[in-house]
Design a protein around this ligand. Structure first.
Ligand code: ADP
Ligand code: MG
Length: 328
């Protein structure tokens, strides 16, 4: 049997209630009420397209469902928002089986439940060839806690929420048909929602973004026109497995950590005067964070947004390093 659009939609329906939710799946549109006083809605959308973002022979329906949610939660986390609602639009080619759709739907709803998210609508349509998955995520946050890309200042310290490069090394393994458990980092990105929300509530971060396109490219977006990020080569967090598998592939782990992308960690700045409290708080809560360097004013003679230093304080050229993944 091949399911109709109606059958498919019914897989995604649930009767769950949630704060702010007036009407979910089933009418022409969902209804959510105005945010509480002093709060804002925070919204984002991400598209996963077959052949560009994933290959169906590399990723299961289960992992794809999780990743479609994770990449959106990463954007909400980067603002310090609490994720609340999702909309899901599926472009389904004829080559997708009902069993695949059922597995996708089951895991999608399971991950929603894990993160207290409600799926409130979307669209389902046929696609000529490729599978596409659009997720819109809606979160809320106290307006004054929201962390933007624009708040970094001269002297702020630069941190990430985790180590880098494993996703890119995993992708290399998939491309080359090399078997390694590191591919998990590519297929199942981390979700830093709890850390980001807690940090935003504490007001530690002056600016933040997520590392979807690669550290260099994403960190550049925190520099605006006037700042320059100084990174220490020895501080770039690359775990032992990433180094080991990269070496086996003959790949440069540092280049992949700087430019590879899809780590879905957060990169953020902390004002120097808050740093001691921030570090204490991370220890207390068991949040593993890594300090990469510092922001300074951009020098007139050296206009690069990012400068990488080695342990003898010599500059390492970033000329040959791919800056990251760009949508086009
Ligand atoms: P319309 O034809 O007016 O766009 P649909 O029949 O597509 O309406 O959708 C009916 C309901 O099902 C709506 O509430 C819509 O948001 C929801 N819906 C459709 N597709 C999905 C999906 N893939 N995931 C979740 N909800 C969906
Ligand atoms: Mg529709």
């Amino acid at each position: 049997m091949v399911w109709s659009e109606f059958d498919i939609i019914s897989l995604f329906k649930s009767k769950k209630t949630a704060p702010y939710l007036v009407r979910g799946i089933g009418d022409d549109a969902a209804v959510i009420s105005a945010p509480n006083k002093g709060e804002s809605w925070v919204m984002t959308q991400d598209l996963l397209t077959e052949g560009i973002h994933f290959r169906r022979d590399w990723i299961s329906a289960r992992d794809l469902a999780t990743k479609a949610i994770a990449v959106n939660l990463s954007d909400l986390a980067a603002m310090g928002a609490t994720p609340r609602f999702l909309l899901l639009t599926l472009g389904l080619p004829k080559t997708i089986s009902d069993a695949w759709i059922a597995s996708f739907a089951r895991h999608f709803l399971r991950v929603c439940a894990q993160h207290k998210l409600i799926l409130i609508g979307g669209d389902t349509c046929a696609s000529d060839h490729d599978l596409s998955i659009h997720v819109t995520a809606i979160g809320s946050a106290p307006t004054r806690n929201i962390v933007y890309r624009t708040g970094a200042k001269d002297g702020d310290c630069i941190y990430t929420s985790g180590s880098l490069g494993a996703s890119a090394v995993g992708l290399e393994c998939l491309k080359r048909g090399v078997k390694s458990s590191i591919v998990e980092y590519h297929l199942r990105p981390p979700i830093r929602t709890a850390f980001a929300q807690a940090m935003a509530a504490k007001g530690f971060a002056s600016a933040m973004t997520d590392i979807s396109d690669g550290l260099l490219l994403n960190l550049e977006s925190l520099c605006a026109d006037s700042l320059q990020a100084h990174l220490d080569r020895t501080a770039i967090p690359i775990d032992a497995m990433t180094e080991r598998v990269a070496t086996r592939l003959g790949a440069d782990a540092l280049a992949l950590a700087l430019g590879g992308g899809e780590d879905y960690e957060l990169v953020f700045t902390v004002p120097a005067r808050k740093e001691a409290d921030f570090v204490c708080w991370c220890r207390e809560k068991y949040y593993g964070v890594y300090k990469l360097g510092k922001m300074s004013k951009r020098s007139a003679s050296h206009r690069e947004k990012i400068i990488l230093w080695d342990e003898t304080h010599k500059e390492i050229s970033l000329k040959g390093v791919k800056k990251g993944y760009q949508g086009r």
